[in-house]
Design a protein around this ligand. Structure first.
Ligand SMILES: [Mn+2]
Length: 370
């Protein structure tokens, strides 16, 4: 059996400028969680660690982060655990690459960085394993990170690393290092370790191809950080065990303001599940009582209950009832029609209808709104 720790998108050095004074703390947490990833690899006695791009958030890094990576890789070395790594889109192998400035391989004898422009491979004879991969050479590329991938040795186990986007029609930019399902299916690999998407996601069951997501929360991520413990049995059966290592958790909710009558109730709803390690995004929606105006300052005290709280108000004031004898007025006919439209729609369409109602009334009242 072969046991792997698969991680990616650690983004050491990320700025977290949107987090205000918590940014420094989360930057430090990325370092702490990276150490925890290494400690987990040792505890779990994995045979190899795969780092599938974006270990660093940028090619400019503090000496502190460089030293941390060297220290932690050496810790793995002391435990006879090799590391395979590809440069990603944030730490791409361009002319200013951190992997050109710092001789990580010279300082970490257990480390292999894939730097050939095309797919290359590294054999681990004592593990009966070959690992395949290619670096991202820039932030954007039309070339598939799986281009030319096929088994090249007689090893029992073949594993590929790729940092890019899994092709989903009309959802993926074509220059985002795109690879396709048929490339995965015909790769001849036992497992494909993916990076670039910031969530745990399975692209294919056979062969298994998974995104691990980042181990610690970074902006735009909507779940707690995770690594994948991957076991490949001698029968070639693959078991995937996601292990949540991130300290910060993430939650996102929508609150329908038609159900909320006062500030106390709104505060209580926002505070549900509050804890100091939670990043929470709250969107206020729907039609609220016209007299109930939410002042952001009144919600400010709730921030202390969370690691980070972001409240976005997309609610609209409810208008007075429309009576039949007013119906001849264009304005009221419009309101009635739009209310019917709002009732019959859901989700994004409903938002559009609600906005149309507000814009329409403003225009009928002679206001310039667009
Ligand atoms: Mn990336």
């Amino acid at each position: 059996m072969l046991k792997i720790l698969h991680t990616a998108d650690i983004h050491l050095g990320a700025k977290f400028s949107g987090l205000g004074n918590k940014g420094v703390s989360q930057r430090e947490q990325l370092r702490a969680t990276f150490k925890n990833v290494v400690a987990t690899a040792i505890d779990e006695r994995v045979n190899i660690v795969l780092i599938v791009g974006d270990l660093f958030d940028a090619n400019q890094q503090s000496q502190k982060n460089i030293d941390l990576v060297i220290e932690q890789f050496n810790l793995l070395n002391q435990n006879n655990i090799p590391v395979s790594l590809i440069p990603g889109t944030h730490d791409s192998l361009d002319s200013s690459a951190i992997y050109r400035k710092v001789d990580f391989e010279g300082k970490c004898p257990n480390l292999s960085i894939f730097t050939d422009e095309n797919i290359s491979y590294k054999e681990y004879p004592n593990l009966d394993l070959t690992v395949y991969g290619k670096p991202n050479l820039s932030n954007r590329s039309y070339i598939s990170p799986l281009k030319g991938l096929k088994p090249a040795t007689s090893s029992k186990f073949h594993i590929a690393m790729a940092h890019g986007s899994f092709y989903i029609p009309e959802k993926i930019a074509e220059d985002d290092h795109v690879f396709r399902l048929d490339e995965v299916k015909t790769s001849g690999m036992d497992y494909l370790a993916l990076g670039h998407w910031h969530r745990v996601y399975r692209c294919s069951e056979k062969p298994p191809a998974w995104y691990s997501g980042p181990p610690e929360w970074i902006p735009d991520q909507r779940e707690r950080g995770t690594v994948l413990l991957v076991s490949i049995l001698d029968s070639s059966e693959v078991k995937i065990d996601p292990k949540m290592l991130g300290l910060r958790d993430y939650d996102e909710v929508e609150i329908d303001m038609s159900e909320i009558q006062d500030l106390a109730k709104l505060k209580a709803r926002i505070s549900e599940g509050a804890n100091p390690n939670l990043v929470k995004k709250v969107t206020l929606k729907g039609l609220r009582d016209a007299e109930f105006i939410v002042n952001p300052e009144e919600l400010a005290e709730l921030r202390e209950k969370f690691f980070h709280l972001n409240v976005v108000d997309r609610s609209h004031p409810k208008l007075g009832e429309v009576t039949e004898n007013e119906e001849r007025l264009i304005r009221n006919r419009f309101i009635k029609l739009m209310k019917g439209q709002i009732e019959s729609e859901e989700g994004g369409e409903r938002d559009i209808a609600e906005n149309a109602l507000q814009y329409g009334i403003a225009l009928l009242d002679g206001k310039e709104v667009l």
